[in-house]
Structures are given as C-alpha cells and as structure tokens.
Design a binder for this molecule. Structure first.
Ligand SMILES: [Zn+2]
Length: 385
C-alpha cells in the first residue's frame, strides 16, 4: 500500500496516474492498480511541482496594516520603512514573514526568493529571522535569502561588514540597489566583490527609478565580464529600459544577452513607473522570472503572495493575450522561475521528490485567468492542502 495515488492528472500532454510513497514519486503510469492510503482524483488537472516567486521582501511584509498607508514617492516610502525598521525585532520580522509565507505555500508556491535588509539600523535581525523561517518551513517551500543593501553600502560604517556576516550566516545571495544613496557604480563594485568572495550569485534592484540618470545597466554588464560573473547576476526591475530610444534599447538588450543577465520583473512596480519590455526580453531568450515584490507594506498595501496575481498584472499591462503569450507568463512563474533561481529537482518524474501541485484544470489560460486554488498540494510526499 502506497501513501498517495493521484489519478487522472495531466503531465506533458498525457493523462497519467502518479504513485507517491516515502517522499518520492515511485511510478507514473497510464492506469495504476496499486492500493493507496489516499486517492486524489485530479479530474484532468495539470500537475506541476509548484509556482516560483522570484522576488519578495518578506522582512517588510505587513507593515501597512500595522501603520496606515501613506501615499508618496518611492524615496518617501523608503523613509517611512526606515523609520519602522528601527523597531524591528527578530520575532516581529519572523511573525510577519511567516503569515505571507503561508499564503505563498497555500497558493501552490514551491520556491520564493526574499530580499532581506541588512544595514546599521536593522543589523542582522532580518537575516536571523528569515534564515530561521527558511529552516522551519524547508519541508514545505524553498526560501532563498538575499542579504540586501537597501540603504546603500556607504551609508554607514557597518553595512559592508554586516553583509559579509549575513553571507557567513548562510544567506544565499548578495543584493544591491543601484540607486541607493546615490552610490552608483561604487555600490555595484562592492556587491559584486562580495559575490566573488563568497561565491554566491548577486542580484540588483537595477535602474529602478526608470530615470536615464540612474542608468547603470552598461556599467553592471561591463563589470560582470571583467569579474567573469556571466549568468551569475540577476537584474530586478530594469525600468530605465522603457525610457530609452529604440536604438539604445537594442544596445541594452544586446548587453543583457551577451552577459546572460537574468531578469526578474515585479509587475506591481507599474503603480509608480514603467515596466521593462518583457516580451522583447523573452523573445531574445533572456531568462525572465516574476516576483510579488512588496507584500502589504508601505510600497504596496495589496500584495497577496500569490505569484499568479502578478503574472496576471503583467499580462494586462503588456498584453500577454495570445495563447503563446499567456503560456509565457505561466512559464515565468514555473519553469523559467525555477531555472532563474537554480532550483534542483524541479520536475515531476519517476524517482523524483514528490512535490506536486494538482491544479483544477489543464488549460493554461484558465489557470492564469481564474487563479483557482489548487485541488491538492503535496510536499515531500505529504498532502498539505
Ligand atoms: Zn524589490
């Protein structure tokens, strides 16, 4: 008797039965006759390992309901956040992050990357909280923690050492913010050097203001070549791409392609600035992932932690409306997201880990339009929802 049998699931265009036992998918067959403790009828629904949310700020989650939302510019919201950061405790960060993490899990997300602020104000409290949360929920979701220099690296005398400590403690990546504190190129140098030293990937909130004077993509890609970091860096946002002339944009796309810069787009940024031209990036083969970004904080009071919501937003804003385009947005929050985050074992295969989300339909357009809850979520062979 096996643990779970999923009947009538759609996988790679075929109707199959999945046998799950001892955390593994032990068989994928046309018609299983094996007895199981639990049988799930997928009713023709698609099975996937899960969704991938490539960019969030779990350490700042739920700051908004705690303090009323005040409208303002990005820098103004940054100031509000900084003021609140002074009072953060490890416990408070953990509790707020946990609420949104559970929402992500229940929406079918299998992996989530979060930036976590590290600076002289908050110190390593966020890192401590998120590394603990990552450990506590490892059986349900893979959390990747980016030690993030939100306020800049030259803003105080401690941040650089704290970022190194965060990586020693086990942060998965190093994160920079190219417009932080007006530090520009020097900021990029420090972050890339930390990536080199600790042999981790780097990611940058890159050209986030959308203004030409903050355009640092050319410098970043140049340094990636110098330091031999091709394909090891992710650019988040890249809003300035939308402010370039057609000729400049073609040059920028070539720079991105040449160094295999991975791109993560957070579609909720549309509330304050133009998004990067995602279709053009996808067309040239750039690895594009999507992220929820802010989750009910001063920047976005409406974040749901269901990454299908932001994929839908991208679909509306940039008209991903044909069947192929809708499929492309689905890929960004599944296979492409998994590739961007370097997930291992992200596939449903015989002998693989039994991580399975049973969706209520196999029609990609219905999955993305209705965003209905999964019929079942199985993590390491255990049904959780
Ligand atoms: Zn962000």
């Amino acid at each position: 008797m096996i643990d779970i049998l999923i009947r009538n699931a759609k996988l790679d265009g075929q109707m199959v039965d999945l046998e799950i036992n001892n955390e593994k998918i032990v068989a994928i067959t046309q018609k299983s006759t094996t007895q199981a403790k639990q049988v799930i009828d997928a009713k023709g629904g698609l099975v996937i390992p899960g969704f991938v949310d490539a960019h969030t700020h779990l350490d700042k989650a739920l700051l908004n309901p705690a303090s009323p939302y005040v409208d303002g510019t990005g820098p103004e919201k940054g100031k509000l956040t900084l003021a609140r950061k002074k009072d953060f405790t490890v416990r408070d960060i953990y509790q707020r992050a946990e609420i949104m993490l559970k929402r992500a899990i229940n929406s079918g997300t299998i992996a989530i990357r979060t930036n976590v602020d590290v600076d002289g104000v908050v110190g390593l409290k966020g890192i401590e909280a998120l590394l603990q949360l990552k450990k506590d929920y490892a059986h349900l979701i893979q959390v990747q923690v980016t030690a993030f220099a939100q306020e800049g690296v030259f803003v105080d005398t401690q941040t650089q050492a704290l970022l190194a400590q965060a990586l020693q403690l086990g942060a998965d990546l190093i994160g920079g913010h190219t417009i932080a504190n007006g530090e520009g190129a020097k900021h990029i140098d420090v972050i890339l050097q930390l990536a080199k030293t600790f042999q981790v990937e780097a990611e940058f909130h890159l050209d986030e203001s959308g203004k030409r004077e903050h355009y640092l993509l050319p410098y970043l890609t140049e340094q990636m070549v110098k330091l031999n970091l091709q394909s090891r860096v992710t650019g988040i946002h890249l809003c300035t791409l939308s402010a370039l002339t057609e000729e400049e944009l073609q040059n920028a796309l070539k720079m991105i392609k040449d160094v295999q810069l991975k791109v993560t787009v957070a579609p909720t940024a549309i509330s304050t600035r133009a998004l990067a031209p995602v279709k053009k990036l996808v067309q040239q083969g750039t690895l594009v992932a999507l992220g929820s970004d802010n989750l009910r904080d001063f920047f976005n009071p409406l974040g749901s932690a269901n990454v299908r919501d932001v994929a839908s937003l991208l679909g509306y804003v940039q008209r991903f409306y044909t069947a192929e385009e809708v499929k492309a947005t689905f890929d960004m929050i599944t296979t492409k997201g998994a590739e961007s985050l370097g997930l291992k074992d992200y596939e449903i295969r015989q002998g693989g880990t039994a991580n399975v989300v049973v969706l209520p339909t196999a029609d990609i357009a219905e999955i993305m339009a209705y965003r209905d809850a999964p019929l079942a979520i199985i993590r390491r062979g255990q049904r959780i929802a």
